[in-house]
Design a protein around this ligand. Structure first.
Ligand SMILES: Cc1ncc(COP(=O)(O)O)c(C=O)c1O
Length: 386
């Protein structure tokens, strides 16, 4: 039998996507994969339909339709006072997923090191492997998921090419503070490295948490790749439209890699994205308020069945410790939860470089209707009662 490449054999299939398939098989409530089960805003759907009917159906410019790039730049200025040149500093990609891997492939050479906070969104591991990069993991520790500045400093060296940052964070719900970002930025400047900053949950914030793009800190504009997408903010994870914002020289490299990876993101959906990015401030306030209700519902439900969890400050996940209900092996426990309780969660080990760090943890996603969340809690109450 022919073997796959060494690269491809060094990582497994996505556990998150596998859990989704398992949920379908067992008709379980899927709180594993982070996608909404409620409708996307009518305005974005209408805009997509209009674009298709107006025959925006051929390739867009490979690095993004001009209208979408202008809308991204305008929103970045409006929200963060960040000035971005839509002609030279933006590349539109197929979701944040492609944005991250295209950026790493464009900027990191085989053998270079990249610093990764853990627990981490599971894609970052394979991203590093596919780029031939060597990840250096730095732990975030509960309950605040803060890092030890000395540990972080020790992870940097003259081999370091970049650091992957995700704020608001999946899976911990941490929102990095300005002070924490400043200490990361200091190291980026000292070692002349790039910050790959995944900000896909920028508008999903709770309890007054503030999102600070690291690119807005002194000296960081030219050494940050800001990664974002329509996926989470506008509840269209299946549209696959994302983007990078970076200096003209980094963007030139990212655009080349992107062109040969995918050519471009769906043209009519880019037109709709341009409309969505112009939504008024009230849209984002309502989004965060609605997510607060969902978060509180699931949080009290999980606590009620004996799971130990902190309230996330951002994003839409709860990382729960299930040791009190007998979880010793997260993978087996998550599988049992789908099969016998009918609720899908992601085994905690998928977010760690060493699986043992996540053996008692489960991640629950709550971009779901209240009815779905209540049904999940009911099933957990029944399933974990004995
Ligand atoms: C932190 C983070 N980045 C990126 C993605 C994927 O984004 P996209 O669907 O736009 O590729 C996700 C999806 O769950 C995520 O949690």
């Amino acid at each position: 039998m022919l073997d796959v490449s060494r690269k491809a054999s060094r990582f497994t299939e996505s556990v998150i996507r596998e859990m989704t398939r398992l949920c379908r098989q067992h008709d379980a409530v899927n709180l594993a994969q982070g996608f909404p089960d409620f409708a996307a805003p009518a305005e974005i759907k209408d805009a997509a339909c209009r674009a298709i009917m107006a025959d925006v159906n051929q390739y867009a410019i490979t690095w993004g339709a001009p209208g979408l790039r202008q809308a991204i730049a305008a929103k970045q200025l409006r929200c963060y006072g960040m000035s971005v040149d839509p002609e030279r500093e933006i590349a539109v990609t197929c979701g944040a997923t492609e944005a991250m891997i295209a950026s790493i492939l464009a900027i990191v050479d085989p053998g270079d090191e990249i610093v990764v906070f853990e627990p981490f969104y599971e894609n970052y591991g394979p991203d590093a492997i596919l780029a031939g990069a060597v990840p250096r993991f730095v732990p975030l520790r509960p309950p605040d998921w803060t890092f030890d500045p000395d540990e972080l400093a020790a992870a940097f060296s003259d081999k370091t090419r970049g650091i992957i940052l995700n704020t608001p964070n999946n899976p911990t719900g941490k929102v990095f503070t300005r002070e924490e970002l400043e200490s990361i930025a200091t190291l980026c400047r000292k070692w002349d490295v790039v910050a790959f900053s995944d900000e896909i949950y920028e508008h999903i914030l709770y309890d007054g948490a503030e999102h600070v793009p690291i690119a807005t800190l002194p000296g960081m504009h030219d050494r940050t790749v800001t990664i974002n997408a329509l996926s989470k903010t506008y509840s269209v994870t299946g549209w696959r439209v994302g983007w990078t914002i970076a200096s003209p020289s980094l963007t030139a490299g990212i655009r080349k890699v992107h062109d040969f990876l995918t050519v471009g993101a769906a043209a009519p959906l880019q037109e709709a994205g341009a409309v969505a990015l112009g939504f008024p401030e009230s849209y984002y306030r309502t989004l965060a308020a609605d997510y607060t209700v969902r978060r509180d519902l699931l949080l009290s439900g999980l606590r009620g069945v004996g799971l130990q969890c902190e309230a996330p400050r951002g994003a839409y996940y709860i990382l729960a410790d299930a040791s009190a209900v007998g979880c010793r092996d997260d993978v087996a426990f998550a599988r049992r939860l789908v099969e016998s309780a009918g609720v899908g969660a992601v085994p905690g080990s998928s977010f760690f470089s060493r699986p043992e760090s996540g053996r008692t943890l489960l991640r629950f996603a709550f971009p779901k209707t209240e009815a779905t969340l209540k049904e999940a809690v009911k099933r957990l109450q029944r399933g974990l009662a004995h």
